[in-house]
Design a protein around this ligand. Structure first.
Ligand code: SF4
Length: 99
């Protein structure tokens, strides 16, 4: 699954620098997928792009953003359950298209 930032977020953006996939963006900031720029997914607080989050699979043993959050706003998204194989495939896609 990807992880998600909940409304507990105070938009400090401490997590953004931790992400090896460039999956984290500030409130209202458009995100990049490959060569495409896409509309922000959240206007209220920092957000994670599910298509770019691999739970850090391919880089680290654990999600790096979760411990960086001072308000514990980052959680595993129960609506986006993915296997390790699926997460690795996502990472390999990002390797090709860019982050
Ligand atoms: Fe990025 Fe890893 Fe957090 Fe996913 S779990 S948003 S890949 S730092």
């Amino acid at each position: 699954m990807s992880v998600v930032i909940t409304d507990e977020c105070i938009s400090c953006n401490a997590c953004e620098a931790e992400c090896p996939n460039n999956a984290i963006y500030g409130a209202g900031v458009s995100y990049i997928y490959g060569t495409e720029e896409k509309a922000a997914l959240n206007e209220e607080h920092t957000y994670i792009v599910p298509d770019k989050c691999t739970e850090c699979v391919g880089f680290h043993d654990e999600p790096q953003c979760i411990p960086s959050c001072p308000t514990e706003a980052i959680i595993a998204d129960p609506e986006r359950v993915e296997t390790k194989e699926q997460l690795m495939a996502k990472k390999e896609t990002l390797d090709k298209v860019g982050r």
